[in-house]
Design a protein around this ligand. Structure first.
Ligand code: ADP
Length: 495
């Protein structure tokens, strides 16, 4: 009765993993779902298809253990993506607008020009960008006939993916979200953990359309018995990056993890202090476990990480599979002075320049595909180096070890480059699936399988420790060149 079912609802696929009480995965299932790109810059998901993919993968994963073995369900999910649905029918009234969607750029620029950024940053820890949910919900409510009135009188419900899944899992009984998801909407005050009236007024969003905000770990409700053959308690909901932070056991202030997936996401746990950033990072809720106070993190994200490797594969076609990048890059001892800035969709933290575009610099007659492959991996590592520099400035802490995870952290070459460009140790755990793991851990705590997070300290096993081999002089020379390359990539397209 002590297994845990983690539902990892990502941007491109949904996964369900059953963990035994030692937190070893014993069954899993995965399903991709459709990405919709109706116009340039628009990205949509069908929330009904997402729900079906979660239901199917959950049922498949449960085939092996049976529902009776499950003590609790934990949910982790793509953040910021917003769903609007009809409470009575339980059906979405519009496509979900995905975090990557840029349709509200102009609206956000107008707010910035109106001087709203300091006010928003102070309340939410976020910067004005279409990335967050508020402007997307504002857009949806104005697009659908009668939506504002129906939202205000309680006919419509809105929420991030966690909230949508809990509504469906509980047969429509619960409309609830957790603080880690709520803090990414730009409507929650991170100091109080509640929806903020000034922000609701600014984005013209009726409070009645929003879910109740609950702790990350606790009791969210019970699943409809018909779904899995018996009712199961839902005991955690947590945004994917915060879940990975917890899965990496970054539970002491100053510990940092970086996830290398499509993008790269670095979070530093800062404890009960919602540290304000002076270097254009985000202050975000790390989690709230039961009645304990809200814990915070600093976050920096780069939009293109592993996706740059996919570009080598699908765009340039110089590799056939992502792992092949390592063999190609290893053909040369260095990048021969070539730098790649993978700003394909603009630059995220700490630059936040949506008009930047990718740049390949330092090419000579001697440049080969191998040099470009190497420069691509280095470009990922340099972007992460910029994030860490901003984090160290904000926190006043010097990092000694970076904990890594995500698909591209499997690359030894990339991890060694990362250690060399940072001049710090890089620690890779055996289990790279820290996102689902974090949700399972939170669910176990919520269900009382464990009483305190300290009981989980044994679960993290290190696979490899990468140590820096670069000199300080090396690092500063290359960093200078990288910053020059960044300058060339910035302000490229007209806004
Ligand atoms: P996401 O969760 O964002 O879909 P994943 O964590 O699954 O991403 O990581 C996938 C990314 O990792 C891809 O962009 C791919 O290019 C990269 N990747 C996967 N395996 C390797 C490898 N062995 N070496 C380098 N990059 C890899």
């Amino acid at each position: 009765m002590k297994s845990l079912l983690a539902l990892d609802q990502g941007t491109t696929s949904s996964r369900a993993i059953v963990y035994d009480e030692r937190l070893h995965p014993v069954a899993s299932a995965q399903k991709e779902f459709t990405q919709h790109f109706p116009r340039p810059g628009w990205v949509e998901h069908d929330a009904a298809e997402i729900w079906q993919s979660v239901l199917e993968t959950s049922r498949q994963a449960l085939e092996k253990t049976g529902p009776a073995a499950i003590a609790a369900i934990g949910i982790t999910n793509q953040r910021e993506t917003i769903v609007l649905w009809d409470r009575k029918t339980g059906e979405p009234v519009a496509p979900a607008i995905v975090w990557q969607d840029r349709r509200t750029s102009e609206y956000m620029s107008a707010l910035r020009e109106g001087g709203k950024e300091p006010f928003i940053q102070q309340k939410t820890g976020l910067l004005l960008d279409p990335y967050f949910s508020a402007s997307k919900l504002h857009w949806l409510l104005r697009q659908i006939p009668n939506a504002i009135a129906r939202a205000a009188n309680g006919e419509l419900a809105a929420g991030t993916i966690d909230s949508w899944l809990i509504f469906k899992l509980t047969g429509g009984r619960e409309h609830v979200t957790d603080v880690t998801n709520a803090c990414r909407t730009m409507l929650m005050n991170i100091h109080t953990g509640d929806w903020d009236d000034d922000l609701l007024a600014l984005f013209a969003i009726p409070r009645a359309v929003l879910p109740r905000i609950a702790p990350t770990s606790g009791h969210f409700g019970d699943t409809e018995p018909a779904l899995f053959g018996r009712s199961l308690p839902i005991c955690s909901a947590v945004g994917d990056q915060q879940s990975a932070l917890f899965g990496q056991l970054c539970t002491t202030p100053g510990l940092v993890k970086c996830t290398y997936g499509t993008g790269c996401f670095m979070l530093m746990f800062t404890g009960s202090d919602p540290m304000a950033s002076a270097n254009r990072l985000l202050s975000t809720v790390a989690w709230k476990i039961g009645d304990a106070p809200i814990q915070y993190a600093l976050e920096g994200s780069v939009f293109v990480g592993g996706a740059a490797i996919q570009w080598l594969r699908d765009g340039l076609k110089i590799i056939r599979t992502a792992p092949e990048v390592n063999d190609l890059a290893a053909e040369v001892p260095d990048s021969g002075g070539v730098f790649l800035v993978p700003a394909f969709t603009g630059l995220g933290a700490p630059y936040w320049d949506s008009t930047a575009r990718g740049a390949l610099l330092g090419i000579t007659r001697g440049t080969t595909a191998a040099h470009i492959a190497r420069a691509t991996l280095e470009g990922i590592a340099w972007q992460v180096t910029d994030l860490l520099a901003a984090m160290e400035k904000d926190s006043g802490r010097r990092l000694t070890t970076l904990r890594v995870d995500g698909g591209a952290s499997a690359s030894n070459l990339l991890m060694q480059m990362q250690s060399d460009s940072l001049g710090v140790k890089v620690e890779r755990p055996k289990n790279l699936e820290t996102t689902a793991l974090g949700a399972a851990m939170m669910a176990g705590l919520g269900a009382g399988v464990w009483k305190h997070p300290d009981e989980l300290s044994h679960i993290r096993e290190v696979d490899h420790l990468f140590r820096p081999t670069s000199t300080k002089k090396d690092r500063s020379t290359k960093l200078k060149q990288w910053r020059k390359a960044i300058k060339r990539a910035k302000n490229w397209v007209e806004d």
